[in-house]
Write a protein that binds this ligand. Structure first.
Ligand SMILES: Nc1ncnc2c1ncn2[C@@H]1O[C@H](COP(=O)(O)OP(=O)(O)O)[C@@H](O)[C@H]1O
Ligand SMILES: [Mg+2]
Length: 248
């Protein structure tokens, strides 16, 4: 569903490769968790696969469409939720969702039913007529998630979706990630919270300093250490240096 081949990205400011020769495949129908300490390159990778940034080297393919040669086809397949929501303060939730439906060409016949069903599933229906400015962080996050799902994208990409949420909102979101996948779609998300990744993902990729240092199911990452937590696996794979970078 999503393929990165030898993708690198260096920012002009600072002289580090934020993403360094990354090759990765996210398979159709899986929830794939992308983990790593702060500064590992998760957000940069997500911006490269959503077309916000252009790689210096390498190629990104979404559902068979190369992002550089066929960007519209590739982007149509994606629903993307960035790591911060601070725009659109003046709209109501419903106006925002209609705007997202307009952008992705959701027909007027389909949109009412989709907005109703998604806002009920995310427990946001009662707030849709309120102005976004008055929303809590959790409500904004839910609105962004619903907006990204309005066109029913086969690939849902989320950057740190659980940060700053209360337990109930986090639970609702995790459930919807599994539900999107159960409906035959694919989810790719980043997190620095290991137990979220451990419970939610079919496969996990560990990123360190822009490089993929391990990828697989939790069992594969454990490589024989039955019952080891992802935290233990992570600390062993990355060594003490990365453990020091780890930000709870
Ligand atoms: N706009 C930017 N300009 C310069 N350097 C950046 C920029 N954004 C991120 N970086 C650097 O790139 C590296 C990867 O950052 P990022 O992709 O945000 O990591 P993560 O999401 O895993 O925390 C870090 O060293 C970070 O400081
Ligand atoms: Mg990030």
């Amino acid at each position: 569903m999503l393929k990165l081949e030898n993708v690198s990205k260096r920012y002009a400011r600072g002289n580090v490769r934020a993403v360094d020769g990354l090759t990765l495949e996210v398979r159709g129908g899986e929830v794939f968790g992308f983990i790593g300490p702060n500064g590992a390159g998760k957000t940069t990778t997500i911006k490269l696969v959503t077309g916000i940034l252009t790689p210096d080297e390498g190629t990104v393919t979404v559902g068979g469409a190369p992002l550089d040669k066929d960007p519209i086809a590739a982007k149509r397949m994606v629903g993307y939720v960035p790591d911060a929501q601070d725009a659109y303060d003046r709209l109501t939730g419903l106006e925002y969702l209609n705007f997202m439906c307009d952008m992705y060409g959701v027909s007027s016949a389909d949109r009412a039913a989709r907005i109703t069903s998604l806002s009920e599933r995310f427990e946001l229906a009662a707030a849709l007529n309120g102005i976004v400015k008055g929303y809590s962080r959790g409500m904004r996050q839910k609105l962004a998630l619903i907006g990204a799902l309005a066109h029913n994208p086969p690939l849902w990409i989320l950057d740190e979706p659980m940060v700053g949420l209360d337990p109930r909102a986090a639970h609702v979101i995790k459930r919807q990630m599994r539900a999107h996948c159960a409906a035959g779609n694919t989810v790719f998300f980043s997190t620095h919270v290991l137990d979220v990744a451990e419970r939610l993902c079919d496969r996990i990729g560990i990123l360190q300093k822009g490089k993929l240092i391990a990828v697989g199911t939790l069992d594969e990452l454990r490589s024989g250490e039955t019952g080891a937590s992802l935290e233990k696996v992570f600390l062993e794979l990355t060594g003490d240096e990365a453990a020091g970078d780890w930000d709870e």
